[in-house]
Design a protein around this ligand. Structure first.
Ligand SMILES: [Zn+2]
Length: 297
């Protein structure tokens, strides 16, 4: 399910934070070269990112249905890759860690939307057809003014006339690109949800402050692939389960950050905080109950 190399020197070894990197060897892990301090900071980022992600999974989707079909979803045969970022996952999760810092913003989440062949074809038509037509017009203009008889006839009026005519064709090309793009996308959006805000599978992410990186006019820069990514940060089928564990247990999964100078043995230092965090609460509860008793009497 997940690639997880073993390096007992690494503080993340064997933890869900390591599994979330999903790399076959440590050399390919983005966190490999970091110092321990930086790894703890990266762990905090991962915890805050996990908290900022929808709890019921990154994608709101069932089975292998196309995420972009507007009406009856067809069976998906490919994947559309997009990257989503969060301006400040730490702040979004309401953590004291955020402190106005956007360190967490360095993290992005790769999203793999299952898509059907028909939707892929429509989106490709939408992105290429207007450009191809515009280019054909510009090229046509260039060929026209380059033709010897045409050029000679134009130069008779003014030596700048061929350039002017060519510029008119360039201008025409730009207009055609814009108009055709609008017409084609209108037509295509009857059957395919192209814009981010119309893709139901992304509602959970968008409503929690995630945005598509590189989006233009509300349309993500879809990259189509035959298979899901088999390695890399936050890829792999077990991703949602790992995020759930990270959300629930947080830093406890790798133990506390060691103190700079452990004098009375590191073990008791590490275990102390978890016990003290519960005891005062229990003591206070008893005190409160006693206080209530005395007031009742
Ligand atoms: Zn579809």
């Amino acid at each position: 399910m997940h690639n997880m190399p073993s390096n007992t020197e690494c503080i993340l070894n064997g933890s869900p934070f390591c599994a979330l990197q999903n790399t076959a060897e440590c050399g390919k892990c983005a966190l490999n070269k970091l110092t321990d301090d930086e790894k703890y900071a990266a762990v905090d980022d991962m915890i805050e990112t996990a908290k900022a992600l929808p709890e019921d999974g990154i994608l709101n989707i069932k089975g292998d249905e196309c995420a972009l079909c507007r009406r009856e979803p067809k069976k998906a045969s490919r994947f559309a890759l997009i990257d989503m970022g969060h301006k400040n996952p730490a702040a979004e999760a309401g953590s004291p860690l955020s402190n106005g810092s956007d360190r967490g913003g360095a993290l992005t989440v790769p999203v793999e939307l299952p898509v059907c062949g028909a939707c892929v074809r429509r989106i490709k038509t939408m992105s290429y057809m207007p450009k191809v037509l515009a280019l054909a017009i510009v090229l046509g203009g260039l060929i026209l003014v380059a033709l010897e008889p045409v050029r000679l006839a134009l130069v008779k009026y003014s030596p700048l006339l061929p350039v002017l005519i060519f510029l008119i064709f360039v201008f025409l090309g730009i207009i055609v690109d814009t108009v055709v793009k609008r017409l084609v996308s209108k037509r295509i959006e009857r059957s395919t949800n192209v814009r981010t805000r119309r893709v139901a599978a992304l509602y959970g992410l968008v409503s929690r402050g995630w945005f598509v990186i590189g989006e233009k006019n509300g349309v993500p820069p879809y990259v189509f692939v035959g298979e899901k990514l088999d390695s890399g940060f936050m890829t792999g089928d077990g991703r949602d389960a790992l995020l759930e564990t990270i959300r629930r247990e947080g830093r406890a999964l790798i133990g506390a950050k060691p103190e700079p100078e452990p004098e009375n043995g590191a073990e008791s230092e590490v275990e102390a905080p978890s016990e003290t965090s519960e005891k005062p609460a229990a003591d206070e509860e008893i005190k409160r109950q006693e206080a209530e008793k005395t007031t009742e009497e």
